[in-house]
Design a protein around this ligand. Sequence first.
Ligand code: ADP
Ligand code: MG
Length: 788
Amino acid sequence: PVNRMDKVQEARLRLPILAEEQQVMETINENPIVIIAGATGSGKTTQLPQFLYEAGYAQHKIIGVTEPRRVAAIAMSKRVAHEMNLSEREVSYLIRFEGNVSPATRIKFMTDGVLMKEIESDFLLNKYSVIILDEAHERSIYTDILVGLLSRIVPLRHKRGSPLKLIIMSATLRVTDFTENTRLFKQPPPLINVECRQFPVTIHFQKRTPDDYVAEAYRKALKIHNQLPEGGILIFVTGQQEVNQLVRKLRRTFPCRPTDQNGDRDHDSDTVKHNEAKENMQKESAEDLKELELEFDMKRVIRNIRKSKKKFLAQMSLPKINLDDYKLPGDDTEADMHDQGDSDPNWDDEEGAFSADDQNDDDVLGGAEVSSMPSGPKQPLWVLPLYSLLSSEKQNRIFQPVPEGCRLCVVSTNVAETSLTIPHIKYVVDCGRQKTRLYDKLTGVSAFVVTYTSKASAEQRAGRAGRISAGHCYRLYSSSVYEHQFMEFGMPDIQQKPVDDLMLQMRTMGIDRPPEQRLTILGALQATPNDAKDFPPAVTPLGKVISRFPVAPRFGKMLALSHQQDLLPYTVCLVAALSVQELLQETGVQRTEDVAPKANKFHEKRLRWAAGGNFQLLGDPMVLLRAVGAAEYAGSRAQLPEFCVNNGLRQKAISEVRKLRVQLTNEINLNVSGVELSVDPQLKPPSDSQARLLRQILLAGMGDRVARKVPLAEIADKEERRRLKYAYNCADMVDPAFLHASSVLKQKTPEWIIYQEAYELRNDDSEKMFLRGITAIEPEWLLLYVPL
Ligand code: ADP
Ligand code: MG
């Protein structure tokens, strides 16, 4: 039983979703997955967890709620705790690096990145009874992946007799593209649409679209405040920096300090002000960066990994393989590297830029009735900033009562679009822009660009004005710009951000992938946007280079990359050896007796070969390299047949490898100017640093064959621990696979590996997957060398 305060209960009863409680809960009880759509402010985020709690879902397990933004995770956990009269130990939040989760936690709000992490360590999410994916319409980088993962976790949990409910919530109906995706859900889950009272909002376009929309927003706010009847103003700009600029400006124009409880309202002398502004600008632009990064926790981690990787390489002064340097030497027509700096715009804080007297030809307030309110610049305005990085107490001020005689004015980034519902808003000023981070795949540099929002976002923003009564939305752009330059919908994040890490995570978590996508993953084909599915995907420049080599694309990619650092002779040899089946006899003939590797007289010999070189560095491929090298050498002395017999090599395979080496060498000599390769029968084993680079090249071609050691430390049962000693979780497989006994890395069992082949071995009563051709990799390489 929940003991709510009367005031809270009254406010709840006014929320549209309260009327639907029974229907919502019945649908959830009867279906594993439910979609709930309802306009911002209808009560989804604050009420759904309470419904579930009261229906008993928090009795044995936790109710988990994911938010794409940290702001929402924190604010909503506090709000729900307050509404339910529970402590923050019971209704808690967890964002990266911060949280108040306790053993008593029953409802847990978290960023979707946090849930991703949790899935990594507990794939079935056993501690949860329900997962609510909130704000699914935002299609944040994780939404799609979480929906994908959860669509598999839910049936698995059902099978195990401890069902998990999944609730997907959205402010718009634009979730059908994944809810109706039959690859995710065999049957589309039921959808509940919460009707929300929405008063009409009059839209006012401008005749012109000024570039300086911050100045324009200031002017508009001024007009509204001076001329229009009461009602809060909500202004959308693009980033924290703009928010602060505008807040300062408005506070200066309309001082409002009845109690002066705002520490951030100190304006002293002009020079101090100036320096402060300058300092703030620097600080804020750095914080702006942080703001977006924190929203995507994972990206931060990756950045750090990248940084430490760089540092590591610098220390070791090791060369590294540049994944994007696939152009053949002497051939300048291919990939073009370009630099892109951070394109944060410059802000002009000069008074002039904001001059209120600056008349704009369409500076009118449309049909809104002009107020009889005493006008004049001294009418106080209660100006509050809102953006992700703002401390939660300051964020919370938007919900607190506005001081007597003041008008509320919130200046916000698109956080207020749907994540937080600001009360009392009647006027929306929409700059029509948003800040987007564009990621440059070639340079790895992220840059912010300010772009127009989508029509869908513009509707959301306008809708914020119609909650309490008929409202007005002032769009700081022309209707023609809206018609012709706004996209219908925002691009899902997932198309805007680098997704290599996520793809990889999905792969290591066993999310399958249709084989036809492999070339895209490899970077040989252009990824096809959803709306162009009917067209054959374009071949990328890398794809063109790959296609010149008469080997499997993944090997072609390795060749395309290895003109760097003089690795070609090794890659040619390796690719030739890998392309030929069953060079080593044991892998063919003795597959069925995996359990008896010691009986294989060749096995130990090979181990010795490998140990003679830096086998730990290259793993099993080193055995191949050495076998080919040794066979070549024997061949050059006319001892090949004997050598093969003694060492368990297939002579036919050896001569095939030789042919392929010659062919590949010729191909490269023909196509690549400035390279004169020969098939060296006495190829020296690679140096340590070359071996390291070869592993990176292998990874670049085998990014879909990454596996991670089953975390034994987390397995309590001793028996099970022994069984899984050599087990790895691989891409596209639900059950773990085992290191083949012939692997030179069997003793070492590295944490992360790539494998050449996974194959099934059937005994009478069981079947088991084995991995062959193992190379250890460093986890941080995954992010660098697994493309997409
Ligand atoms: P939805 O998720 O459907 O957009 P919410 O559950 O977030 O809706 O909000 C429901 C109502 O609760 C809104 O009117 C909102 O203003 C109010 N609300 C949310 N957080 C607070 C808070 N901290 N203080 C006061 N009211 C709040
Ligand atoms: Mg919400």
